[in-house]
Design a protein around this ligand. Structure first.
Ligand code: APR
Length: 237
């Protein structure tokens, strides 16, 4: 029986996809500078003006299909040869999948999938297709993006906490940790395990033990960290 691989959990946010050309939310000029969350990303927005909401996500879907994974996504995929890697992402793009990561949990949904407004369980892969008002699911109800809006439940949060609880190493990449409950996930990890935060900025809103900040671009700092973790692992063999 081969020895159990050490578990690395990576919590990723918009910053890991920034260098793939997909906008972040809270950086200067980010998506929430250009759009009002209350107009495009809440159930109330959907009830008030579903066409505007559909157009907002159509645009993001179009950009997602055009984008390519960057060195940060590939670095996480490379880790899987050596560790039991779980990627928990707040991102709705499929760049982790396209980079080759296998264990991916999307906390906030997936932009290339859609569902009936009447059934949150049944998902339809639509790729880059637009969703128009009048596009009905087989159950006869309007299709909507499979995305968690502000004010909606995060159904996979408990599953995510169970994964994080067993982490031997926890890495946070490209997230401002401003949105809950995702931002609390780091505290579900054991206090005594090594934790790394890869971000352009030093995150001041995280206070926890064994935390190392790796300031810089994810496409540069994450591959460095991955090589170090693999080297350290080989040195312990
Ligand atoms: N490399 C590393 N970090 C980066 C890079 C980069 N190239 N570019 C930006 N960042 C960092 C920023 O410094 C910031 O800390 O990525 C983070 C992006 O933060 P946000 O824009 O708040 O994105 P995110 O944390 O993913 O937002 C969480 O909020 O709007 C909701 O559902 C949406 O999933 C999203 C959630």
């Amino acid at each position: 029986m081969p020895p159990k691989k050490r578990r690395i959990v990576a919590l990723t946010g918009a910053g890991i996809s920034a260098e793939s050309g997909l906008g972040t939310f809270r950086d200067k000029g980010g998506l929430w500078d250009e759009h009002d969350i209350n107009e495009v990303a809440t159930p109330e927005a959907w009830n008030k003006n579903p066409k505007l909401v559909l157009e907002f996500y159509d645009k993001r879907r179009e950009l997602c299909v055009k984008a390519k994974p960057n060195e940060a996504h590939f670095a996480l995929a490379k880790l899987e040869k050596h560790f039991d890697v779980h990627v928990i992402t707040q991102n709705i793009d499929d760049l982790h999948e396209r980079a080759g990561s296998k264990n991916i949990l999307h906390l906030h949904g997936e932009i290339l999938k859609a569902r009936s407004v009447n059934d949150p369980e049944k998902l339809y892969h639509i790729g880059g297709k637009r969703i128009k008002l009048g596009d009905l699911a087989p159950d006869g109800h309007q299709m909507r993006p499979h995305v968690v809006w502000f004010g909606e439940a995060v159904p996979k949060m408990y599953e995510a906490e169970d994964i994080v609880r067993e982490a031997d190493i926890f890495i946070v990449i490209g997230t401002s940790l401003n949105v809950y409950p995702a931002a609390n996930l780091i505290y579900a990890s054991a206090a005594n395990i090594p934790k790394y935060i890869v971000d352009l900025n030093e995150l001041t809103n995280v206070k926890y033990k064994n935390l190392t900040h790796l300031k810089g671009k994810a496409s540069e700092r994450l591959p460095e960290l991955v090589d170090t973790l693999i080297k350290d692992l080989n040195n312990t063999k």
